[in-house]
Design a protein around this ligand. Structure first.
Ligand code: MN
Length: 330
């Protein structure tokens, strides 16, 4: 299953031209694809002369503040109302992940459009376009802008590039295709500065992130006959370095990169009285479907990258996940 849709690029392009006002948003805890896709599509709609609100439940992460137009991202306050006729959700598998404040703020919208690449997407909204072969939502946005004949400004192209680069592990993951590289070439022709964007994306980390990496290297466990590498981040350590929500983004690639490791697992004790544990799983082998494992725990994602939230305490969550991994390998 690859493309699931009840619409077409032509219909979406017509909606963009007919719509009176828009809000664009992505999932909470936004990554480069979430913010890059939000900004690229929103800026394209602005260039059509439309009023656009750019939202994210968690606001703009500091590490993505370099993206052109990033200052436009608003964090909806509890009880706030945002008037937009058409809402476009990008890179978000279900309504809940848009966040409660964002959903409440947009309650008066008349049309909801869902553009995504998560295979677990629930098909919410009036119109949905879900291409699970696309390695990034930004790749779908690129194809859509091209089909809609909307101009690819350097600002829009920069956002699309960072969205695709971050969701493909710098054009390395299995989902990366010839089309992905063709898009990258088109984005370069549109005037982006690749080396500057890569430096802003991958070589501008806060020291906190390196302290997290030190913690990872000290605390990681290798189990399941060398096939699973895992890291448990305790709240106590996170608090001791005043960790910000996006500081550990992508750190588990260090676990994935170990020879013989097939699955990388990261556990994180989340703040708050519920004592929830965030689980992130990455697989190097398409035969090991970590999306299915996370689904057992009420989460979801892709075959090679998925997540879930488990009840605590940490040691219980770890043993449940280790058991599920044991069954997957046996
Ligand atoms: Mn994505």
């Amino acid at each position: 299953m690859s493309l699931r849709t009840n619409t077409s690029f032509a219909e979406l392009a017509a909606r963009f031209r007919q719509g009176s006002s828009f809000a664009v948003l992505a999932h909470y805890r936004p990554d480069g694809d979430a913010i890059g896709s939000t900004l690229a599509l929103g800026l394209a709609l602005q260039n059509l002369g439309k009023p656009v609100r750019f939202l994210n439940e968690d606001g703009l992460p500091a590490n993505l503040a370099f993206l052109p137009g990033a200052h436009l991202i608003e964090q909806p306050a509890p009880g706030q109302t945002i008037d937009a006729e058409t809402v476009i959700a990008v890179d978000c598998a279900n309504r809940e992940r848009l966040g409660p404040n964002a959903l409440a703020a947009l309650a008066n919208a008349t049309t909801w459009i869902n553009l995504d690449h998560h295979v677990s997407n629930e098909g919410y909204g009036d119109l949905h376009y879900i291409d699970s072969t696309a390695p990034a939502a930004a790749e779908i946005i690129y194809d859509l802008l091209l089909a809609a004949q909307l101009p690819l400004t350097p600002d829009i192209a920069s956002n699309l590039y960072v969205g695709i680069s971050t969701d493909t592990g710098s054009f390395q993951y299995q989902s990366t295709t010839a089309h992905t590289y063709e898009i990258a070439a088109a984005l370069i022709r549109a005037g982006i500065h690749v080396s500057q964007l890569c430096q802003d994306t991958y070589e501008s980390y806060p020291l906190r992130r390196v302290e997290l990496l030190r913690h990872l290297l000290n605390a990681m466990q290798i189990t399941h006959q060398g096939r699973v590498a895992s890291w448990a981040l305790t709240r106590a350590f996170a608090d001791s370095i005043a960790m910000q929500p996006d500081d550990n983004e992508g750190l588990m690639d260090n676990l994935r990169s170990i020879q013989g490791v097939v699955v990388a697992a990261a556990f994180e004790e989340l703040p708050g009285p519920e004592g929830k544990i965030r689980l992130s799983l990455r697989s190097k082998n398409p035969a090991i479907d970590v999306g299915a494992i996370c689904a057992q725990f009420g989460g979801g994602g892709h075959r090679l990258a998925a997540g879930a939230r488990l009840s605590g305490p940490l040691s219980d969550a770890q043993s449940r996940v280790f058991q599920a991994l044991h069954e997957t390998f046996s």
